[in-house]
Write a protein that binds this ligand. Structure first.
Ligand SMILES: *Cc1c(COP(=O)(O)O)cnc(C)c1O
Length: 376
Protein backbone atom coordinates (compact mmCIF):
# COMPACT_ATOMS: atom_id res chain seq x y z
CA UNK A 1 0.00 0.00 0.00
CA UNK A 2 1.36 3.41 -0.84
CA UNK A 3 2.31 5.34 2.29
CA UNK A 4 3.06 8.51 0.36
CA UNK A 5 0.14 10.81 1.18
CA UNK A 6 0.66 12.79 4.35
CA UNK A 7 -1.86 13.18 7.11
CA UNK A 8 -1.60 16.12 9.52
CA UNK A 9 -2.14 13.78 12.48
CA UNK A 10 1.16 12.00 11.74
CA UNK A 11 2.94 15.22 10.79
CA UNK A 12 2.06 16.85 14.10
CA UNK A 13 2.40 13.76 16.28
CA UNK A 14 5.16 11.76 14.64
CA UNK A 15 5.16 9.32 17.58
CA UNK A 16 1.85 7.93 16.29
CA UNK A 17 3.54 6.55 13.17
CA UNK A 18 3.66 2.79 13.31
CA UNK A 19 1.62 2.75 16.53
CA UNK A 20 -1.70 3.68 14.96
CA UNK A 21 -2.40 1.59 11.86
CA UNK A 22 -3.08 3.64 8.75
CA UNK A 23 -3.45 3.03 5.05
CA UNK A 24 -3.93 5.74 2.43
CA UNK A 25 -7.38 5.48 0.85
CA UNK A 26 -8.76 9.02 0.68
CA UNK A 27 -7.95 11.93 -1.64
CA UNK A 28 -7.13 14.39 1.11
CA UNK A 29 -7.23 17.21 2.05
CA UNK A 30 -10.77 17.67 0.80
CA UNK A 31 -11.57 21.19 -0.48
CA UNK A 32 -13.24 23.96 1.53
CA UNK A 33 -15.22 26.57 -0.39
CA UNK A 34 -17.20 29.67 0.45
CA UNK A 35 -20.75 29.93 -0.93
CA UNK A 36 -21.91 33.56 -1.05
CA UNK A 37 -24.91 32.56 -3.14
CA UNK A 38 -26.08 30.44 -0.21
CA UNK A 39 -25.48 33.21 2.30
CA UNK A 40 -27.70 35.38 0.13
CA UNK A 41 -30.36 32.69 -0.38
CA UNK A 42 -30.57 32.27 3.39
CA UNK A 43 -31.03 36.03 3.81
CA UNK A 44 -27.95 36.14 5.99
CA UNK A 45 -25.33 38.10 4.08
CA UNK A 46 -23.38 38.93 7.22
CA UNK A 47 -22.65 35.25 7.71
CA UNK A 48 -19.65 33.64 6.01
CA UNK A 49 -20.70 30.15 4.98
CA UNK A 50 -18.12 27.55 4.01
CA UNK A 51 -18.66 23.95 3.00
CA UNK A 52 -16.08 21.29 3.78
CA UNK A 53 -16.31 19.14 0.69
CA UNK A 54 -15.86 15.71 2.21
CA UNK A 55 -18.19 14.60 -0.55
CA UNK A 56 -14.91 14.54 -2.53
CA UNK A 57 -12.84 12.87 0.21
CA UNK A 58 -12.03 9.80 -1.84
CA UNK A 59 -12.28 8.18 -5.23
CA UNK A 60 -14.35 6.37 -6.40
CA UNK A 61 -16.49 6.96 -3.33
CA UNK A 62 -16.44 10.08 -1.16
CA UNK A 63 -18.28 10.98 2.02
CA UNK A 64 -17.26 10.62 5.63
CA UNK A 65 -16.59 6.88 5.87
CA UNK A 66 -13.29 6.75 3.96
CA UNK A 67 -11.57 8.74 6.72
CA UNK A 68 -12.50 6.10 9.30
CA UNK A 69 -11.67 3.23 6.97
CA UNK A 70 -8.07 4.43 6.51
CA UNK A 71 -7.52 3.35 10.13
CA UNK A 72 -9.96 0.45 10.48
CA UNK A 73 -8.92 -1.39 7.33
CA UNK A 74 -5.25 -0.87 8.18
CA UNK A 75 -5.96 -2.57 11.52
CA UNK A 76 -7.70 -5.47 9.74
CA UNK A 77 -4.66 -5.89 7.48
CA UNK A 78 -2.26 -5.70 10.41
CA UNK A 79 -4.22 -8.43 12.17
CA UNK A 80 -3.95 -10.64 9.11
CA UNK A 81 -7.69 -10.77 8.43
CA UNK A 82 -8.90 -11.60 4.96
CA UNK A 83 -12.47 -10.39 5.33
CA UNK A 84 -14.36 -7.63 7.11
CA UNK A 85 -17.92 -7.79 8.40
CA UNK A 86 -19.99 -4.70 9.09
CA UNK A 87 -23.51 -3.48 9.75
CA UNK A 88 -25.93 -0.85 8.53
CA UNK A 89 -29.33 -0.03 7.15
CA UNK A 90 -30.25 -1.59 3.81
CA UNK A 91 -29.09 1.58 2.05
CA UNK A 92 -26.01 2.05 4.21
CA UNK A 93 -23.35 4.39 2.79
CA UNK A 94 -21.01 2.96 5.39
CA UNK A 95 -21.42 -0.65 4.32
CA UNK A 96 -20.93 0.35 0.68
CA UNK A 97 -17.84 2.44 1.42
CA UNK A 98 -16.43 -0.42 3.50
CA UNK A 99 -16.93 -2.86 0.63
CA UNK A 100 -15.37 -0.54 -1.94
CA UNK A 101 -12.28 0.30 0.09
CA UNK A 102 -11.88 -3.22 1.50
CA UNK A 103 -11.61 -4.40 -2.08
CA UNK A 104 -8.91 -1.75 -2.72
CA UNK A 105 -6.73 -3.31 -0.06
CA UNK A 106 -7.51 -6.88 -1.06
CA UNK A 107 -10.11 -7.76 1.57
CA UNK A 108 -13.54 -9.28 1.03
CA UNK A 109 -16.51 -7.76 2.78
CA UNK A 110 -19.74 -8.92 4.32
CA UNK A 111 -22.66 -6.56 5.07
CA UNK A 112 -25.36 -7.29 7.65
CA UNK A 113 -28.19 -4.96 6.62
CA UNK A 114 -31.32 -3.96 8.52
CA UNK A 115 -34.61 -2.50 7.25
CA UNK A 116 -34.97 1.24 6.66
CA UNK A 117 -37.47 3.49 4.84
CA UNK A 118 -37.21 3.09 1.08
CA UNK A 119 -35.56 5.73 -1.13
CA UNK A 120 -33.84 6.02 -4.51
CA UNK A 121 -30.50 6.23 -2.73
CA UNK A 122 -31.26 2.96 -0.91
CA UNK A 123 -31.79 1.21 -4.24
CA UNK A 124 -28.65 2.71 -5.74
CA UNK A 125 -26.50 1.68 -2.78
CA UNK A 126 -27.88 -1.87 -2.83
CA UNK A 127 -27.10 -2.25 -6.52
CA UNK A 128 -23.65 -0.74 -6.10
CA UNK A 129 -22.97 -3.02 -3.10
CA UNK A 130 -23.93 -5.99 -5.25
CA UNK A 131 -21.77 -4.75 -8.13
CA UNK A 132 -18.82 -4.32 -5.76
CA UNK A 133 -19.09 -7.98 -4.78
CA UNK A 134 -20.06 -7.43 -1.16
CA UNK A 135 -21.67 -10.49 0.44
CA UNK A 136 -25.09 -9.17 1.39
CA UNK A 137 -27.22 -10.45 4.25
CA UNK A 138 -30.57 -9.15 5.35
CA UNK A 139 -31.40 -9.08 9.02
CA UNK A 140 -35.04 -8.34 9.83
CA UNK A 141 -34.39 -6.41 13.05
CA UNK A 142 -31.77 -5.06 15.41
CA UNK A 143 -32.60 -7.91 17.82
CA UNK A 144 -31.77 -10.65 15.32
CA UNK A 145 -28.64 -9.04 13.91
CA UNK A 146 -26.17 -10.15 16.58
CA UNK A 147 -27.22 -13.77 16.13
CA UNK A 148 -27.02 -13.55 12.34
CA UNK A 149 -23.63 -11.91 12.52
CA UNK A 150 -22.28 -14.56 14.92
CA UNK A 151 -23.46 -17.27 12.55
CA UNK A 152 -21.76 -15.60 9.57
CA UNK A 153 -18.57 -15.14 11.59
CA UNK A 154 -18.44 -18.88 12.28
CA UNK A 155 -19.35 -19.82 8.74
CA UNK A 156 -16.52 -17.66 7.38
CA UNK A 157 -14.07 -18.92 9.97
CA UNK A 158 -14.82 -22.49 8.87
CA UNK A 159 -14.21 -21.56 5.26
CA UNK A 160 -11.10 -19.44 5.55
CA UNK A 161 -9.64 -20.40 8.92
CA UNK A 162 -9.89 -16.86 10.21
CA UNK A 163 -12.71 -14.77 11.67
CA UNK A 164 -13.61 -11.67 9.66
CA UNK A 165 -12.55 -8.32 11.17
CA UNK A 166 -15.66 -6.73 12.67
CA UNK A 167 -16.32 -3.07 11.95
CA UNK A 168 -19.12 -1.63 14.08
CA UNK A 169 -22.02 0.33 12.50
CA UNK A 170 -20.81 3.55 10.91
CA UNK A 171 -17.18 2.57 11.55
CA UNK A 172 -17.58 4.14 14.96
CA UNK A 173 -14.89 2.58 17.13
CA UNK A 174 -12.13 4.75 18.64
CA UNK A 175 -9.73 3.78 15.84
CA UNK A 176 -12.25 4.91 13.20
CA UNK A 177 -12.94 8.13 15.11
CA UNK A 178 -9.21 8.92 14.80
CA UNK A 179 -9.96 9.61 11.12
CA UNK A 180 -11.96 12.64 12.17
CA UNK A 181 -9.38 13.82 14.65
CA UNK A 182 -7.14 13.97 11.61
CA UNK A 183 -9.92 15.73 9.68
CA UNK A 184 -10.09 18.54 12.26
CA UNK A 185 -6.31 18.94 12.09
CA UNK A 186 -6.67 19.12 8.31
CA UNK A 187 -9.19 21.94 8.75
CA UNK A 188 -6.76 23.71 11.07
CA UNK A 189 -4.10 23.44 8.38
CA UNK A 190 -6.50 24.98 5.87
CA UNK A 191 -7.13 27.82 8.31
CA UNK A 192 -3.37 28.38 8.58
CA UNK A 193 -3.18 28.42 4.78
CA UNK A 194 -5.92 31.10 4.68
CA UNK A 195 -8.41 28.89 2.88
CA UNK A 196 -10.91 29.98 5.55
CA UNK A 197 -10.93 31.97 8.80
CA UNK A 198 -11.36 30.27 12.18
CA UNK A 199 -14.97 29.05 12.18
CA UNK A 200 -17.27 30.08 15.01
CA UNK A 201 -19.51 27.13 14.47
CA UNK A 202 -19.45 23.86 12.53
CA UNK A 203 -22.52 21.81 11.55
CA UNK A 204 -22.24 18.06 11.05
CA UNK A 205 -24.62 15.09 10.94
CA UNK A 206 -24.55 12.74 13.88
CA UNK A 207 -25.53 9.12 13.20
CA UNK A 208 -23.30 6.80 15.20
CA UNK A 209 -21.50 9.97 16.43
CA UNK A 210 -18.01 9.02 15.29
CA UNK A 211 -17.69 11.88 12.83
CA UNK A 212 -18.92 14.55 15.26
CA UNK A 213 -16.89 13.26 18.21
CA UNK A 214 -13.67 12.89 16.21
CA UNK A 215 -14.05 16.44 14.92
CA UNK A 216 -14.71 17.77 18.41
CA UNK A 217 -11.62 16.06 19.80
CA UNK A 218 -9.50 17.27 16.89
CA UNK A 219 -10.78 20.86 17.21
CA UNK A 220 -9.94 20.92 20.91
CA UNK A 221 -6.54 19.23 20.43
CA UNK A 222 -5.84 21.94 17.82
CA UNK A 223 -6.98 24.58 20.33
CA UNK A 224 -9.65 25.95 18.03
CA UNK A 225 -12.53 27.78 19.73
CA UNK A 226 -15.05 26.45 17.20
CA UNK A 227 -18.37 25.16 18.55
CA UNK A 228 -19.68 21.96 17.03
CA UNK A 229 -23.37 21.38 16.33
CA UNK A 230 -24.04 17.65 15.99
CA UNK A 231 -27.42 17.16 14.34
CA UNK A 232 -28.99 13.93 15.53
CA UNK A 233 -30.33 11.77 12.68
CA UNK A 234 -30.67 8.45 14.52
CA UNK A 235 -32.84 7.23 17.37
CA UNK A 236 -31.96 8.75 20.75
CA UNK A 237 -31.10 5.26 22.03
CA UNK A 238 -28.01 5.25 19.79
CA UNK A 239 -26.82 8.79 20.23
CA UNK A 240 -26.56 10.91 23.33
CA UNK A 241 -24.17 13.35 24.98
CA UNK A 242 -23.13 10.54 27.35
CA UNK A 243 -22.16 8.35 24.42
CA UNK A 244 -20.29 11.26 22.84
CA UNK A 245 -18.32 11.83 26.01
CA UNK A 246 -17.37 8.14 26.33
CA UNK A 247 -16.23 7.93 22.74
CA UNK A 248 -14.33 11.22 23.06
CA UNK A 249 -12.45 9.95 26.12
CA UNK A 250 -11.73 6.50 24.65
CA UNK A 251 -10.35 8.00 21.43
CA UNK A 252 -8.33 10.57 23.33
CA UNK A 253 -6.78 7.86 25.54
CA UNK A 254 -5.94 5.72 22.52
CA UNK A 255 -4.01 8.60 20.92
CA UNK A 256 -2.38 9.78 24.14
CA UNK A 257 -1.20 6.28 25.05
CA UNK A 258 0.19 5.73 21.55
CA UNK A 259 2.00 9.08 21.69
CA UNK A 260 2.13 11.11 24.92
CA UNK A 261 2.59 14.33 22.89
CA UNK A 262 -1.03 14.03 21.91
CA UNK A 263 -2.71 15.99 24.72
CA UNK A 264 -5.37 14.64 27.06
CA UNK A 265 -8.24 17.11 26.68
CA UNK A 266 -11.39 17.28 28.80
CA UNK A 267 -14.72 16.78 27.02
CA UNK A 268 -15.99 20.33 26.36
CA UNK A 269 -19.77 20.34 27.00
CA UNK A 270 -19.96 24.08 26.19
CA UNK A 271 -18.62 23.49 22.68
CA UNK A 272 -20.76 20.45 21.88
CA UNK A 273 -24.30 21.32 20.89
CA UNK A 274 -26.42 18.23 20.37
CA UNK A 275 -29.30 19.28 18.12
CA UNK A 276 -32.38 17.04 18.36
CA UNK A 277 -35.05 19.08 16.61
CA UNK A 278 -34.47 18.01 13.01
CA UNK A 279 -34.63 14.24 13.41
CA UNK A 280 -38.31 13.88 12.52
CA UNK A 281 -40.04 10.52 13.03
CA UNK A 282 -37.40 7.92 12.29
CA UNK A 283 -33.95 7.14 10.92
CA UNK A 284 -34.00 7.41 7.14
CA UNK A 285 -37.44 9.00 7.05
CA UNK A 286 -37.19 12.33 5.27
CA UNK A 287 -38.68 15.56 6.62
CA UNK A 288 -40.03 18.60 4.77
CA UNK A 289 -37.27 20.80 6.20
CA UNK A 290 -34.58 18.31 5.15
CA UNK A 291 -35.92 18.20 1.59
CA UNK A 292 -36.00 22.00 1.52
CA UNK A 293 -32.31 21.91 2.39
CA UNK A 294 -31.63 19.30 -0.30
CA UNK A 295 -33.36 21.46 -2.93
CA UNK A 296 -31.68 24.68 -1.85
CA UNK A 297 -28.18 23.22 -2.08
CA UNK A 298 -28.89 21.65 -5.42
CA UNK A 299 -30.34 24.84 -6.88
CA UNK A 300 -27.90 27.39 -5.48
CA UNK A 301 -24.62 25.49 -5.71
CA UNK A 302 -25.21 22.20 -7.45
CA UNK A 303 -24.32 20.10 -4.41
CA UNK A 304 -26.30 16.91 -3.97
CA UNK A 305 -27.43 16.11 -0.41
CA UNK A 306 -29.85 13.39 0.76
CA UNK A 307 -32.67 13.20 3.29
CA UNK A 308 -31.24 10.82 5.89
CA UNK A 309 -28.19 12.74 7.12
CA UNK A 310 -27.09 15.85 5.27
CA UNK A 311 -30.56 17.25 4.49
CA UNK A 312 -31.51 17.15 8.17
CA UNK A 313 -28.18 18.72 9.11
CA UNK A 314 -28.49 21.51 6.59
CA UNK A 315 -32.07 22.10 7.82
CA UNK A 316 -30.64 22.85 11.28
CA UNK A 317 -28.18 25.33 9.79
CA UNK A 318 -30.93 26.97 7.72
CA UNK A 319 -33.20 27.39 10.73
CA UNK A 320 -30.39 28.98 12.74
CA UNK A 321 -29.48 31.33 9.86
CA UNK A 322 -33.08 32.42 9.33
CA UNK A 323 -33.63 33.07 13.04
CA UNK A 324 -30.55 35.34 13.10
CA UNK A 325 -28.40 33.11 15.31
CA UNK A 326 -25.61 33.04 12.73
CA UNK A 327 -25.41 36.82 12.33
CA UNK A 328 -21.76 37.78 11.66
CA UNK A 329 -20.61 34.24 12.23
CA UNK A 330 -18.18 32.12 10.24
CA UNK A 331 -19.99 28.86 9.68
CA UNK A 332 -18.80 25.53 8.28
CA UNK A 333 -21.19 22.93 6.93
CA UNK A 334 -19.37 19.60 6.86
CA UNK A 335 -20.71 17.67 3.87
CA UNK A 336 -20.56 13.97 4.73
CA UNK A 337 -22.32 12.60 1.62
CA UNK A 338 -20.56 11.12 -1.41
CA UNK A 339 -20.78 13.22 -4.61
CA UNK A 340 -19.30 10.80 -7.13
CA UNK A 341 -22.06 9.53 -9.35
CA UNK A 342 -22.23 5.78 -10.03
CA UNK A 343 -25.52 5.69 -11.94
CA UNK A 344 -23.79 4.45 -15.09
CA UNK A 345 -22.19 1.54 -13.29
CA UNK A 346 -25.45 0.17 -11.93
CA UNK A 347 -27.85 0.94 -14.73
CA UNK A 348 -27.79 -2.57 -16.22
CA UNK A 349 -28.00 -4.54 -12.98
CA UNK A 350 -31.16 -6.55 -12.44
CA UNK A 351 -32.20 -6.30 -8.80
CA UNK A 352 -33.51 -9.88 -8.94
CA UNK A 353 -29.90 -11.06 -8.77
CA UNK A 354 -29.73 -9.74 -5.19
CA UNK A 355 -30.83 -11.94 -2.25
CA UNK A 356 -34.64 -12.11 -2.16
CA UNK A 357 -35.25 -10.06 1.03
CA UNK A 358 -33.91 -6.97 -0.79
CA UNK A 359 -36.30 -7.21 -3.74
CA UNK A 360 -39.05 -5.32 -2.00
CA UNK A 361 -36.98 -2.13 -2.05
CA UNK A 362 -37.30 -2.21 -5.85
CA UNK A 363 -40.88 -3.41 -6.01
CA UNK A 364 -42.38 -1.07 -3.41
CA UNK A 365 -42.61 2.69 -3.76
CA UNK A 366 -40.02 4.97 -2.26
CA UNK A 367 -41.11 7.08 0.71
CA UNK A 368 -43.44 9.98 -0.20
CA UNK A 369 -40.89 12.77 0.22
CA UNK A 370 -38.44 11.03 -2.12
CA UNK A 371 -40.90 10.63 -4.97
CA UNK A 372 -40.17 14.01 -6.51
CA UNK A 373 -36.45 13.37 -6.62
CA UNK A 374 -35.29 12.15 -10.02
CA UNK A 375 -31.80 11.12 -9.17
CA UNK A 376 -31.01 7.62 -7.96
C1 LIG B 1 -22.69 7.61 8.05
C2 LIG B 1 -23.05 8.97 7.61
C3 LIG B 1 -23.14 10.02 8.54
C4 LIG B 1 -23.02 9.81 10.03
O1 LIG B 1 -21.72 9.66 10.49
P1 LIG B 1 -21.51 9.08 11.95
O2 LIG B 1 -20.07 9.08 12.13
O3 LIG B 1 -22.13 7.72 11.96
O4 LIG B 1 -22.23 9.98 12.92
C5 LIG B 1 -23.42 11.29 8.07
N1 LIG B 1 -23.64 11.50 6.76
C6 LIG B 1 -23.60 10.52 5.85
C7 LIG B 1 -23.90 10.85 4.43
C8 LIG B 1 -23.30 9.22 6.25
O5 LIG B 1 -23.28 8.24 5.34
Amino acid sequence: MEETARRPLFDLFAGLKGKIPHVVLGALPSPVERYSELEEALGCKSMALYIKRDDYSGRPYGGNKVRKLEFLLADALRKGCMEVLTFGGVGSNHALATGIYAQHVGLKSISMLMPQPNAHSVRANLLMSFKTGIELHHSPSMATTAGHAAWQMCRHKCRTGKFPYVIPPGGTAPLGVVGFVNAALELKQQIQEDVLPVPDILYVASGTMGTAVGLLLGLKAAQLPTKLVAVRVTDARFSSVEKAEKLFTATNRLLHHACPDFPLVPFPPEDFIFEHRFYGQAYGLYTDEAMKGVRLLKETCGIRLEGTYTGKTFAALMAAAISGQLFRKTVVFWNTYNSYDFTEEIKDIDYRNLPAPFHRYFEEEVQPLDRLEHHT
